[in-house]
Ligand binder design. Structure first.
Ligand code: NDP
Ligand code: HSE
Length: 438
């Protein structure tokens, strides 16, 4: 049978990794797919670099639109990134009846509902394993492996760059900026690294997992997003002293009132497996009703790990493209007419535990004022430590861990505590999750 013809758009970090994995493992992949898969055309702005990677036998062009219009191309692989030209290219590929493979989580989280609807109408597949957690086959696991289950919650370290930064800062004491530059050099970071450090990239991925896990549309605009840029070394150290690690977690949970969809730095007990995921590695913990907890671990970014996921999608599409579209796995795991309108819970209504750090005057009555405010807001204290004052200082840090509390109450209590004359500056508030003891 004639090999399936692939047009690759963008041969940067992931495009290069994809090309190399496919070429190196082509005979193994042929035995699996039952048909050859050939990248016949590559589009990139940098023609010289593209030519250096693919050699003389592959067509190279700087006109990506010509590729999506080329009748000889069966599958378009979009690895350019961003919301603009990538969106136009994908929509045009779909309109031309081509299947699409993409790693573009930003695009899917924002425009996935439109893209999947158009693909459904046209009877083509849009595959996106590489969009979440790099090389970890988490989309396959959520969409197919766990299909018997009612998924209860998902919690993941899903941004390699920020996990790399947190690990290097903690282990080597390196400053934030130095580690970020290294992550960029290694090809982990997004074109705009604020997406990585401010939690936006993790929120894109979480949005996709929530849609597949709970059968709801993509609702990135309702995700709560807070990054790691304001974390201090003291908080990382105090958390460690209390037996916790701070990780940037994406959490989505089904509750009686709605679906939680939130990304923020989170204290996790240090003895949990997921607390020990370091560097660029990602991990996703899924709690489902029948199987219980399952944990998926692997490289969350980088050329070949992500290329591995792109090539897996190419094999899937090659196997399935002759199947009746009605019998393929639905894009978002649930049949398109079965998506639910369960609301996304506003962050104020989320219930979790908290780490609070406040700097106070070391004098009688101060603690009583603070605990009274917490009690007035129905906040129960789980643990409290007063740190020794620094040499010559009259102020001390107080660190508290709370029991489960509604976010609105904590915010109101913090405002009252910050208004006390004995409290200096802002209260640091970091959420804490026990993760069901898994
Ligand atoms: P890169 O910037 O390394 O690669 C993108 C490539 O596309 C570059 O070579 C770029 O050229 C080229 N390009 C840009 N615009 C056009 C255009 N109009 N026509 C043709 N080529 C164009 O990005 P990555 O490989 O890191 O990321 C690609 C996608 O994969 C993104 O959606 C990203 O979010 C996603 N992803 C990335 C991961 C990673 O580890 N890096 C992991 C998982 C997903 P030029 O350099 O000249 O701009
Ligand atoms: N910038 C992303 C990260 C790439 O650091 O995880 C993988 O999606």
């Amino acid at each position: 049978m004639k090999p399936i013809q692939v047009g690759l758009l963008g041969i940067g970090t992931v495009g290069g990794g994809t090309y190399n994995v496919l070429r190196r493992n082509q005979s193994e992949i042929l035995r699996r797919a039952g048909r050859g898969i050939e990248i016949t055309t590559v589009a990139d702005r940098d023609l010289e670099r593209a030519r250096r990677i693919v050699g003389p036998d592959v067509k190279v062009t700087d006109d990506a639109f010509a590729v999506v219009r080329d009748p000889a191309i069966d599958i378009v692989v979009e690895l350019i990134g961003g919301y603009t030209v990538a969106k136009d290219l994908i929509l045009e590929a779909i309109a031309n009846g081509k299947h699409v493979v993409t790693a573009n989580k930003a695009l899917l989280a924002k425009f996935g509902n439109e893209i999947f609807a158009k693909a459904q109408a046209k009877g083509v597949m849009v595959a996106f394993e590489a969009a979440v957690a790099g090389g970890i086959p988490i989309i396959k696991a959520l969409r197919e492996g766990l299909t018997a289950n009612r998924i209860e919650w998902i919690a993941g370290i899903i941004n390699g760059t920020s996990n790399f930064i947190l690990s290097e800062m903690r282990d080597k004491g390196l400053p934030f900026d130095v580690v970020l530059k290294e992550a960029q050099r290694l090809g982990y970071a997004e074109a705009d690294p604020t997406f990585d450090i401010e939690g936006v990239d993790a929120a894109h991925k979480l949005t996709i997992m929530a849609a597949i896990g709970f059968g709801v549309p993509m609702q990135f605009e309702r995700a709560y997003t807070e990054g790691i840029s304001r974390l201090t070394r003291e908080d990382i150290r105090y958390a460690e002293e209390l037996g916790y690690r701070i990780k940037l977690l994406g959490i989505t949970r089904r509750t009686a009132k709605g679906i939680e969809l939130r990304v923020h730095p989170t204290l996790i007990p240090a003895r949990r497996l997921i607390a020990n995921v370091e560097g660029v590695m990602n991990a996703v913990l899924v709690k489902a009703d029948a199987v219980g907890p399952t944990l998926y671990y692997g490289a969350g970014a980088g050329a070949e790990p992500t290329g591995s996921a792109v090539v897996a999608d190419l094999v899937d599409v090659t196997r399935m493209h002759t199947a009746d579209p009605e019998h393929r796995v639905p894009h978002l795991a649930f049949q398109p007419d079965q998506l639910s309108d369960t609301p996304i819970l506003p962050m104020d209504d989320v219930e979790t535990a908290y780490y609070l750090r406040l700097r106070v005057q070391d004098r009688p009555g101060v603690l009583a004022d603070i605990t009274r405010i917490l009690a007035d807001h129905a906040i129960s204290i789980d643990a409290m430590v007063q740190k020794e004052p620094a040499e010559g200082q009259e102020q001390v840090d107080i660190v508290m861990l709370t029991h489960l509390t509604v976010e609105r109450q904590v915010n109101a209590a913090i405002a009252n505590i910050e208004a006390l004359e004995s409290v200096t500056g802002k209260v640091t508030r970091i959420r804490l999750e026990e993760l069901g003891k898994y």
